[in-house]
Write a protein that binds this ligand. Structure first.
Ligand SMILES: Cc1cc2nc3c(=O)[nH]c(=O)nc-3n(C[C@H](O)[C@H](O)[C@H](O)COP(=O)(O)OP(=O)(O)OC[C@H]3O[C@@H](n4cnc5c(N)ncnc54)[C@H](O)[C@@H]3O)c2cc1C
Length: 464
């Protein structure tokens, strides 16, 4: 065990049952998989899921097994080896945004430009800590997750993108991040495409295979974590005598999971569970992945053999050339509070991905997309994240926007620290970050959200 993971004899806070005013929240909608995520569907099949099929009492239940839940469960289990911990998910591990994301480990993100310098430094340092936690786990446990430190690029296609790009050196200097400016030819040398006017390379900034990373994190769960997959939580209840009760299950039966503490690490799904709808806004974004490129197609593509690009253009297209020699395109957003995505909508989104491919690689314009999927992000009005004990005994971290791998890993670990009373500089920095601002109730929230998303999609159309 790494020394920093050993308990530093914290005040043994948060171990007895929490007595609070009783309440119940029922899930209105449950996660629905579109069974077409390229990262996950191309991995070897998992063994059948172990479901929760009996009533159970544990010290702590962690609901949602993405980067946040996996990180929280592990950290808690190591800090409190005498605790029983249930990690529970409606789907398989990582089938939320975590296994569907684009795999960029980010610290300085666009929305931090709107933060005050102190808060920006706090955000960047916390996300960096998250990256280092993932990196050290990956090294220690020899994760096979295609970790690539070459440094991804940010690229600009249009006027707006160029304006943002030109502001970046200032932000990068302020927080001490090394970068290389790339002109059109430099961008072509990386991506093989003539489309980009300019860009910035961030050496040392990492890419991962998200599906493999979530599986690796699943494999290193400590023994005192019991994992239950395909076990949807249908309600959460604070019981009058203390503690919390979850109603879990489906057609084959409903079971009670009682816990002294509950972590709700369901991110974009949180509002559909009846929590924090006034702070966390569920927003889908979409990606498509091509089939494996032939050797001839790879040669036609030009550029480097493995790279990632985040757009500087607002809502522009994220691209990856993966280690397995597929191309991934991600763009566009959609509000779907019922959490399900129709095949028709995925087909429409695939057409945007095709447009992005054609604009960059006319020589590969007709190559097949093998997979198109949607992923649910938790967003917030001011792009800030929710973190803390939001009700007695209920711990939540959500609303990572499109930057939740590093920050999610950090938030999961620090949420565990908060629950066991382990103080640290990182925990204080996380707690000092601005909170998400209030959003109005439905139907105004939906109307406003749809309008903002439609405007952003329309704005992005120009750069796709
Ligand atoms: C397409 C896409 C690309 C992205 N790209 C990047 C990127 O490159 N870099 C980056 O940093 N971030 C990226 N993000 C954002 C990042 O993926 C998320 O912020 C992060 O994965 C959130 O992790 P999480 O653990 O909070 O949530 P999730 O991974 O969404 O996990 C929540 C879990 O809760 C479970 N759940 C929900 N409801 C219930 C219930 N009722 N009962 C039981 N379980 C339930 C779900 O099944 C799910 O597994 C991207 C997101 C998307 C969608």
């Amino acid at each position: 065990m790494r020394s920093e993971e050993q308990s530093t004899a914290p005040p043994r806070a948060a171990v007895g049952p929490v007595v609070g005013r009783s309440w119940t929240r029922r899930a209105r909608h449950l996660p629905a998989d579109d069974h077409d995520c390229g990262w996950l569907e191309t991995l070897p099949a998992l063994e059948p899921a172990k479901r929760l099929e009996r009533d159970l009492g544990v010290d702590c239940a962690v609901v949602g097994a993405g980067f946040v839940g996996l990180s929280a469960a592990r950290r808690l289990a190591l800090a409190r080896p005498d605790w029983t911990i249930a990690l529970i998910d409606a789907q398989r591990v990582g089938f939320g945004a975590s296994g569907r994301c684009s795999g960029f480990l980010v610290d300085l993100v666009d929305f931090t430009s709107k933060m005050k310098p102190l808060a920006r430094a706090g955000y960047v340092n916390t996300a960096r800590w998250g990256i280092e936690r993932l990196r050290s786990l990956s090294v220690e446990h020899e994760f096979d997750c295609e970790w690539d430190d070459k440094g991804w690029v940010r690229g600009a296609v249009g006027e707006d993108g160029m304006r943002f790009l030109e502001a970046w050196p200032g932000w990068l200097d302020e927080v001490g991040i090394d970068y290389h400016w790339l002109d059109n030819r430099g961008m072509q040398a990386v991506t093989g495409s003539e489309l980009y006017r300019a860009g910035i390379r961030l050496p040392g900034y990492s890419l991962i295979h998200p599906g493999k990373l979530v599986r690796s994190l699943r494999e290193i769960l400590p023994e005192n974590v019991a994992l239950f997959e395909e076990s949807p939580v249908r309600s959460v209840r604070q019981v009058p005598r203390g503690g919390l009760q979850l109603e879990v299950g489906g057609p084959s039966g409903l079971f009670t999971l009682s816990a002294r503490r509950v972590f709700l690490t369901t991110n974009g799904y949180l509002p559909s569970q009846g929590f924090h709808a006034d702070r966390v806004f569920p927003c889908f974004t979409f990606a498509s992945m091509t089939r494996v490129l032939s050797a001839e197609e790879q040669a036609n593509l030009g550029g480097e053999t493995e790279w990632g690009l985040l757009a500087m253009d607002p809502m522009g297209t994220t691209i990856r050339r993966t280690r397995g020699q597929r191309l991934l395109f991600r763009n566009t957003a959609h509000y779907a509070p019922k959490l399900s995505i129709s095949n028709g909508l995925r087909a429409k989104m695939r057409a945007f991905h095709r447009q992005a491919l054609q604009a960059r690689y006319p020589q590969l314009a007709n190559i097949e997309f093998e997979h198109t999927w949607g992923g649910l992000m938790g967003t917030s009005h001011n792009s800030q994240l929710l973190f803390g004990e939001t009700r007695p005994g209920l711990f939540t971290a959500a609303a990572f926007n499109a930057a939740g791998i590093a920050m999610g890993a950090a938030a999961g670990e620090l949420l565990a620290d908060l629950a066991v009373g382990r103080d640290s500089e990182q925990l204080r920095a996380m707690r000092a970050l601005p909170a998400p601002t209030w959003m109005p109730p439905e139907p105004f929230r939906g109307w406003g959200g749809r309008l903002i998303i439609a405007r952003k999609n329309a704005q992005a159309a120009e750069y796709i």
